[in-house]
Write a protein that binds this ligand. Structure first.
Ligand code: 9MR
Length: 377
């Protein structure tokens, strides 16, 4: 392959020619990390139903765990009070069984992607506490019960915290009160006693939110509830959070249970408001100046992304005894939610495979990060 002048310049600056986009055909993330943690990806509906054969090839070569990007969310599986739409979720679970993968459930109780009717009574007024509790119970019993023994672990409650560590004033909270959290874990345990039960959130590297998550999980465990671990969503940037900030949370969370890096992707696009995390409501109007790589990612940015992934995976490998699973939020760049957040219609590059299913230098970086971490110890 003929390298561009820009690439050569980048090599000179880096004093090395960096990571390459070609990896050996046998290279496999799940094999490289087989003694360390599970490696996973979130699947969209098309992938979960096996209708994206090129994605299936990547998934089966590299991953041994899957998460459902959307098919198990309330609005998708339970759109109306009496109507469940199990088809796509059944296909997802069948995909996991067919390929012998640890199959994650995401998510039972969340403030987002939950239809309005859940929080309303028959007259369209705010539902009372008893009605909402009854709905939560019916939903968890039905969904977690249906996949009992097939889903290995559930994100029981997703994103219950504000960034300052206090509890989010979601409708769950305002109608039921703080107790909705304990009830959700109790119901999930009853519906599938053997499934692992997690708490999952974004921005958990922030010290106040880290403390909030620890307080929450410890308080549930103190009530005798089963919470097996914390999922740290990895919606991170090229520079932030720092490796030290991520590390502090991994170490802190390992004291209360398993640590999982869920929803990993690295956003390389400019950030209109220094936003971070994954607050779905924090969106901006489209502006071309924030959509800077429509014709491909410049080589120096590819290399920067690869180095960022190398540093992150060296950290994960260093803490491999604490980390149970690392899951990317998507398979290829074309699938990523970051094409539409925080601005709709952008061309994003957050994952290890490009829009044509080809490996990026970032894949090479992750595959090589094990030796980097081992040699630095
Ligand atoms: O990736 C998901 C995207 O397709 C959906 O439109 C979006 C809607 O809420 O949810 C995305 O996934 C979110 C995940 O469920 C929870 N953490 C933040 C993720 C990114 O928004």
């Amino acid at each position: 392959m003929i390298k561009s002048k820009r690439w050569l310049m980048a090599c000179l600056v880096l004093a090395s020619c960096g990571f390459t986009a070609t990896t050996s055909p046998e290279a496999s993330l799940k094999k490289v990390f087989k003694n360390d943690f599970l490696m996973g990806a979130a699947l969209n509906g098309k992938q979960a139903s096996g209708k994206d054969p090129e994605a299936t090839a990547i998934i089966t070569q590299h991953f041994n765990t899957i998460s459902p990007e959307n098919v198990l969310k309330w609005e998708a599986i339970h759109p109306q009070p009496e109507k469940y739409n199990f088809g796509p979720a059944d296909a997802y679970v069948a995909f996991g069984r067919q390929h012998n993968m640890f199959t994650v459930g995401h998510t039972l109780v969340w403030h987002s992607q939950t239809p309005d009717w859940v929080f309303e009574d028959a007259h369209g007024k705010a539902a009372g506490k008893a009605l909402l509790q009854q709905r939560m119970a019916e939903h968890i019993n039905t969904v977690a019960g249906r996949y009992k023994g097939q889903i290995g672990g559930w994100d029981v409650v997703n994103e219950a915290l504000n960034d300052d560590g206090t509890l989010r004033q979601s409708k769950w909270y305002t109608i039921i009160g703080e107790d909705y959290l304990a009830q959700a874990y109790q119901l999930a345990r009853k519906a599938d006693p053997k499934a692992e039960l997690y708490y999952n959130d974004y921005n958990l590297w922030k010290p106040a939110k880290r403390e909030g998550a620890l307080r929450l999980v410890r308080s549930l465990q103190a009530k005798g509830l089963k919470v097996d671990g914390i999922g740290m969503q990895g919606h991170w940037g090229l520079e932030s959070p720092s490796i030290a900030q991520i590390e502090e949370s991994i170490v802190a969370f390992s004291k209360v249970g398993k640590v999982m890096i869920t929803e990993l992707d690295i956003d390389v696009l400019p950030n209109p408001s220094n936003r971070n995390g994954a607050d779905i409501d924090a969106t901006f109007a489209f502006d071309e100046k924030y959509n800077v790589y429509t014709n491909g990612l410049p080589e120096e940015v590819q290399q920067k992304l690869a180095r960022r992934y190398a540093d992150i995976f060296a950290l994960f490998h260093k803490h491999r005894e604490k980390i149970a699973r690392v899951t990317f939020w998507g398979v290829t760049d074309a699938d990523s939610w970051l094409n539409n957040w925080p601005i709709k219609g952008r061309t994003s590059y957050p994952l290890l495979f490009d829009r044509t299913y080809q490996p990026k230098p970032a894949l090479d970086a992750v595959l090589k990060s094990v030796s980097k971490s081992s040699s630095s110890q």
